[in-house]
Design a protein around this ligand. Structure first.
Ligand code: HC0
Length: 568
């Protein structure tokens, strides 16, 4: 360690860390807008400036490393005045719409301004002229609110390797947008929402579909069912001040009942079903010389990425629809029939950690029941807002259980929300189907964890299945390039669009970092451990579905309702 002086106190810190890191380690929360713990240093916003003895100008603490003997002041009048002035300049260039902004309540700019006691906005207010971008079903861009911090572009380029958001012009004319000011629908955006997740203000956010859900719930003619994605149960509680990694399945079910949904079902049910279909598809491809490696197809941002950037590899994708879409198709056929309802009277709402799921639900392929199978998709954040609007005290909610039959699931389904989870769930089932033996150790730990590209190999009665796993599109690209170069000897590959898998999706609570992702993942494995059944093929509701309705995996009805083909 080295010694530095921080606000008059001598402190030992590790060499090579930044002043910002050193200050935060000592409990001094310096303000930042462009800085994000999972991103490279940008030093764009300058509000983290500090004073160093012997250095004439203030320096940004996010990009300046500590050195032995450095004497740093973070709270001098000069620092405070400078930060205030920067904030006032940002405000002068920002629409004064805080009351009606979607980020009202969790805007980072507002929170920092409140801390610094900004009471006045100096200078001439800029007239704004950008139009909003409502071109996609997933995301809304409001360039007037952009503070040019650069976090969105960083997520888009370096984490997702998509790179459709750029910084244009210089100085006061700087803006961040797709090329030539195009709309998101007109560029190769995959709608993952990682930009929205890191935006500190309301410049890019999920399309708000909460009013459509309120309307459905108020319509006495409609039977409104809701499905909840695996990842939501370990993140929603954060919206109500719980620590990350809190498992809130029971409270989540109660909350949805309080909102008035007629049935509270679980995407985990159809995740188990996906394993049945996808597992058999894999075995079929292995036995009959089908295209290998087969790649998972449940993450809609990932599908869109393949369509834009690697169309020639689309035949590698499994033909299985995602669990969200399998659920929608079954809710309006199987569930409708068994409960004496007509499909036209059912509204299917999903709660997902993902912004691309809104797009997926509106794809023309997703009408197997005769109309749109999933009607409305909410993100975790939107559900959080609905519960707040309804005045539901999340802490006081009792634990409740999902409804049957589309609410019955196994632990294998819960881990779908974590990177490696779909692979692990599939291996548990495929192993037992192929070998006829009972798996003694269900935990395929090699496929777990936050490493970007993972590998594992499983012996299935003499046939080796080589598994590859990637999360975050920059990592997925590495595997795709290996396939193109003929260097990938995988049998089965799982790709999840977002870092950490769905628990790190673009619709998850603000403040998501890799550290928080790891805690949510741990919680999902805990959910799995706590379940009485942990293998998808043991799900009794899925067994009944095959017995009474689908008849067999990959059968005629499965093909009609549960599979699709994407175009290349
Ligand atoms: Fe996921 Fe899913 S696991 S994509 O990450 O497969 O969004 O959580 O709902 O559909 O089940 C998201 C999460 C899902 C689906 C499931 C899959």
């Amino acid at each position: 360690t080295i010694n530095i002086t921080l606000n008059g106190k001598v402190t030992a810190v590790a060499p090579e860390i930044t002043i910002l890191e050193a200050a935060r380690q000592q409990g001094i929360d310096l303000p930042t807008l462009c800085h994000h713990p999972d991103q490279r240093v940008k030093a764009n916003c300058r509000i983290c400036v500090v004073e160093i003895e012997g250095v004439k100008n203030l320096v940004p603490s996010c990009s300046t490393r500590v050195t032995a003997g450095m004497n740093i002041t973070t709270n001098s009048p000069r620092v405070r005045e400078t930060v205030r002035t920067i904030l006032e300049l940002i405000f002068a260039d920002h629409p004064q719409e805080c009351l009606t902004c979607i980020r009202n309540g969790n805007c980072e700019l507002r929170q920092i301004a409140a801390k610094f006691g900004v009471r006045d906005i100096q200078g001439e207010k800029r007239k704004h002229s950008f139009s909003q971008d409502f071109s996609t079903p997933s995301l809304v861009r409001n360039p007037d609110k952009c503070i040019k911090c650069g976090r969105c572009a960083e997520a888009c380029h370096y984490i997702q390797n998509v790179g459709i958001l750029y910084s244009h012009n210089r100085s006061t004319e700087i803006s961040i947008s797709p090329e030539y000011g195009k709309q998101l629908a007109d560029v190769a955006c995959v709608l993952c929402g990682q930009c929205a997740l890191v935006c500190p203000v309301g410049a890019i956010h999920e399309r708000d579909d909460t009013d459509r859900v309120w309307e459905a719930l108020a319509d006495p003619q409609k039977h409104v069912v809701v499905q909840v994605a695996p990842a939501v149960r370990v993140s929603l509680a954060e919206e109500f001040g719980f620590p990350s990694g809190e498992i809130a399945t029971g409270k989540l079910v109660s909350a949805l009942r309080s909102l008035g949904f007629d049935r509270v079902f679980d995407t985990d049910f159809s995740a188990d079903l996906t394993i049945m279909e996808e597992g058999h598809e894999l075995l079929d491809r292995i036995a009959n010389g089908g295209i290998l490696p087969m790649i998972t197809s449940c993450s809609p941002g990932w599908i869109k990425y393949m369509e834009h950037y690697y169309p020639e590899l689309i035949p590698h994708l499994s033909t299985c629809k995602s669990p969200q879409q399998m659920f929608g198709a079954l809710a309006k056929t199987y569930y409708a029939q068994t409960s004496g309802l007509e499909a036209k009277d059912i509204i299917v709402v999903s709660v997902m950690p993902c912004t691309a799921k809104k797009f997926e639900a509106e794809r023309p392929e997703m009408n197997a029941s005769g109309s749109q199978d999933v009607d409305i998709v909410l993100t975790t954040r939107e559900l959080g807002r609905m519960l707040q609007h309804e005045g539901i005290d999340f802490r006081m909610l009792p634990e409740a259980e999902f409804d049957s039959p589309l609410g019955i699931s196994t632990g294998a389904a819960a881990i779908f929300g974590a990177t490696g989870g779909v692979m692990e769930a599939a291996l548990r089932t495929v192993y037992e189907v192929v070998t006829g033996r009972t798996l003694t150790d269900l935990n395929f730990t090699a496929v777990r964890g936050m490493v970007g590209v993972k590998e594992a190999s499983v012996d299935l009665a003499g046939t080796e299945v080589k598994a590859g796993i990637a999360h975050g599109l920059a990592n997925a690209k590495k595997i795709l390039e290996m396939i193109k170069a003929g260097q990938a000897d995988y049998t089965f590959i799982e790709v999840m669009c977002c870092p950490g898998g769905c628990i790190g999706g673009g619709g998850q609570p603000y403040g998501t970092t890799n550290e928080i992702r790891a805690r949510r993942i741990e919680a999902l494995y805990q959910v799995d451990e706590n379940m009485p059944l942990r293998k998808s093929h043991e799900n009794p509701a899925v067994q009944e579905l095959y017995h009474d309705f689908l008849l067999e995996p990959l059968g005629e009805l499965s093909h009609k309702l549960l599979h699709t083909q994407y175009c290349n």
